[in-house]
Design a binder for this molecule. Structure first.
Ligand code: HEM
Length: 181
């Protein structure tokens, strides 16, 4: 199980790296923030993570555009229900399409664009209370890795980037992940 779940974090990280390479404007902003908060310190701590507000927006935007498994959230329906005017009988398995929900134009302006600033001064989070952003699922069967999955991403991105730049960090991360997968 641990092997699989570390793989999930590395897949998300890979998408994040790709988005940073595709969006040099965002990458520069992230590098600047990391430089300001971490500088050349040999270690980063929880206080540093708390101060990287832009990186958090970037991570949220990455979760929005690239949910790990678009149909990973599944539920069995316990009783007859009605959803959006459709009657659904008890028992069938319901696949919740996070990919479509997180690109829904009525919830997100310019949904196809990687625009991290949309999360600045925005209460929407991925903790399972805002149903327009559900990369970790929701409710009792939601992902228990929520507590540290995003933290792992911040650490993985910020440490290598503050020293050796993105390309080097990509290689380093891939090597690092390779030791776990
Ligand atoms: C960025 C990383 C991760 C993402 C995006 C992610 C996403 C998800 C999603 C969407 C689900 C289904 C939730 C639902 O049905 O409501 C899930 C389930 C689960 N995740 Fe994660 N996950 C991540 C990392 C982790 C980590 C690091 C761990 C553990 C160390 C973990 C452990 C689990 C377990 C045990 C379940 C099954 C929960 C259940 O069925 O009750 N995940 N994950």
């Amino acid at each position: 199980m641990l092997r699989v779940e570390l793989t999930s974090t590395s897949v998300v990280l890979e998408c994040l790296m790709a988005e940073l390479m595709r969006n040099p404007r965002v990458m520069k902003k992230v590098q600047k923030e990391i430089g300001r908060v971490v500088g050349k310190k040999p270690q980063i701590d929880m206080n540093d993570i708390g101060r990287m507000d832009y990186l958090k927006c970037v991570i949220k935007e990455n979760f929005r555009l690239h949910p790990l498994g678009p149909l990973l959230v599944q539920r069995e329906i316990s009783g007859n229900i009605s959803i959006g005017g459709y009657d659904v009988p008890a028992k069938p398995r319901l696949f919740i399409n996070a990919w479509a929900i997180q690109r829904e134009p009525s919830s997100w302006e310019r949904p196809e664009e990687f625009f991290s600033e949309r999360f600045e001064n925005n209460r929407v989070d991925f903790k399972g209370h805002d149903f327009e952003l559900i990369p970790f699922g929701v409710g009792r069967r939601g992902c228990p890795g929520l507590a540290f999955g995003p933290g792992l991403l911040v650490l993985s991105i910020s440490l290598p980037m503050s020293y050796i730049g993105l390309i080097g960090s990509c290689q380093m991360m891939m090597n690092y992940m390779g030791t776990w997968i």
